[in-house]
Design a protein around this ligand. Structure first.
Ligand code: FAD
Length: 236
């Protein structure tokens, strides 16, 4: 793990409440798809949990930048991120985390809610760029259609790669898009999309409540405990 000054080189608005931040590092850092970093705004007090937070890396390791993506809130940390201008530097600790994809699984599934999509983007982008034939199944739940982050990228990867299957579902009101499902990720929804979950390695990232419920659901659907990989976004 290295502590480095990362320079902001770009920002991308993903949804009304989600924004990506791209940084250039002073040296090449190897990380694995699925890992995260720590952004340190309070360098004097490393224990300051309000200003020093963890964010998953939302790009593949092959890129010449690193990207993180934040659900923007009214917090001090969100404010500091939003105030960053092109060329500004922030201290980061990189890389961290053991919930990773190392090309070892042939069939994988992702059960994801909201901002939990960030490490999935790193993994799928890596699979596409490395031309792996990994069979991927993503079930991605959001409150509304406009809050589906990275939809353009995911739709492109789904269309261009027959080994990548993606289903969106929204929970607040009936979707306008007929291909988008309605309702929470549950047994019925998994049956509807014909996902053979028990035959796959299942990745679950996101806020702790979401991770626990998706983990229970996977166990009920006869996934083996050792085939379920989780990362909780503590702090939500
Ligand atoms: C491994 C990992 C990866 C992560 N990846 C991402 C990512 O890719 N994108 C992302 O947006 N976030 C990610 N997170 C979460 C991130 O670190 C922040 O915790 C989160 O974004 C909320 O930050 P905020 O400043 O907006 O929080 P706030 O707005 O301050 O808080 C968010 C919510 O938590 C509640 N809360 C805050 N502090 C406490 C507390 N001490 N006790 C109880 N409730 C509290 C608040 O009331 C609010 O509802 C990740 C976390 C981890 C651990």
């Amino acid at each position: 793990m290295a502590e480095l000054r990362a320079m902001l080189i770009g920002r991308i608005k993903r949804t009304p409440s989600v924004e990506s931040f791209r940084f250039r590092l002073p040296e090449k850092v190897d990380f694995l798809p699925g890992q995260f970093l720590q952004v340190i705004f309070d360098e004097q007090n490393r224990e300051n949990k309000e200003l020093n937070k963890y964010l998953s890396i939302s790009c593949s390791p092959a890129r010449d930048y690193i990207e993180v993506t934040k659900r923007i809130s009214a917090s001090l940390f969100s404010g500091r991120l939003l105030n960053l201008k092109q060329g500004d530097e922030v201290l980061v600790n990189i890389p961290m985390g053991a919930c990773v994809f190392k090309n070892e699984y042939k069939k994988i599934a992702f059960l994801i809610g909201g901002i939990g999509i960030t490490p999935v983007i790193s993994i799928i982008e890596h699979i596409v760029e490395a031309r792996l034939d990994t069979d991927c199944f993503l079930l991605y739940s959001n409150r509304t259609e406009e809050e589906i982050a990275f939809k353009k990228e995911l739709d492109y990867w789904k269309t261009a790669n027959k080994n990548i299957k993606i289903f969106y579902t929204v929970t607040e009101c009936q979707p306008k898009d007929k291909t988008c499902l309605f309702g929470f990720i549950d047994k019925e929804l998994i049956k509807k999309v014909a996902c053979d979950l028990a035959d796959r390695t299942v990745f679950i990232f996101g806020p702790p409540g979401m991770v626990d419920s998706m983990c229970n659901l996977s166990l009920q659907l006869e996934c083996k405990k050792e085939n379920i990989k989780t990362e909780k976004f503590a702090g939500y």
